[in-house]
Design a protein around this ligand. Structure first.
Ligand code: URA
Ligand code: SF4
Length: 220
């Protein structure tokens, strides 16, 4: 019999070393998502990054590569960051939830992404907090509602509160920091061609505010 999952807390070592955290995350059983996914997809990027980007959870590609935002959403994110004058290599990139959640219609069939529940997001949050305590960024950019609500609470609405720098304080977060939310890249990808351009442009407006906030060099 398996005990009820109680969250990642007891798997997170008291460490600010990203390598140690990553290694420990590989055996996390803080919620049921570890059972069917291939591997834990921990964050990647420099430990002294001034910017942390937080997505929702790994997708099919990320589940296989073990790295965040390597699939189609990652491609769109890369283009948006580039146009906003943010070098992805300077940012620490991670997700609110570290295991892929999916439905598989038939054996060997395509794996369809499923949105994590609030319980799963809460279970995984200790990893995100540990990453933030290790990196101590100036700004966290939440990509979509799952990331934004994990850190700002369930009342947070990306539609009305995006593109604004909010104070980020959290129980367990050693140092307060700032957070700016924008839409999730996959929400832009899902739109019809006619709407996608505008949504991408709006995402760029938000990311340029993030770039301005951290004083990144703008491209001309
Ligand atoms: N979507 C996310 O939120 N994160 C990833 O890493 C990939 C897709
Ligand atoms: Fe642990 Fe997060 Fe994976 Fe759940 S999703 S098993 S809490 S790493």
């Amino acid at each position: 019999m398996t005990p009820r999952a109680l969250g990642a807390e007891r798997f997170v070592p008291p460490s600010e070393d990203l390598g140690r955290l990553r290694e420990a995350s590989e055996t996390c059983e803080g919620c049921d998502l570890f059972r069917d996914a291939t591997q834990t997809v921990f964050g990647t990027g420099p430990e002294n990054a001034r910017l942390v980007l937080v997505g929702e959870q790994p997708g099919d590609d990320e589940d296989k590569t073990g790295r965040p935002f390597t699939g189609p959403s990652g491609g769109l994110l890369d283009r948006a960051l580039d146009q906003a004058g943010i070098d992805r290599d300077d940012a620490y990139v991670t997700n609110a939830v570290k295991h892929f959640k999916f439905a598989q219609l038939q054996e060997g069939g395509r794996r369809i992404h499923k949105k994590p529940t609030r319980g799963e997001t809460t279970a995984c949050r200790p990893w995100l907090i540990a990453e933030l305590n290790a990196v101590r960024p100036e700004l966290v950019v939440a990509l979509g509602a799952t990331a934004a609500q994990s850190l700002m609470g369930p009342e947070f609405r990306v539609t009305t509160q995006r593109g604004i720098v909010h104070d980020l304080e959290f129980d367990g977060l050693d140092e307060s920091t700032s957070l700016l939310a924008t839409v999730h890249p996959s929400s832009v990808l899902r739109l019809r061609d006619s709407e996608r351009k505008a949504a991408f442009a709006e995402m760029l407006v938000d990311l340029r505010k993030a770039a301005e906030f951290i004083g990144a060099e703008q491209h001309h």
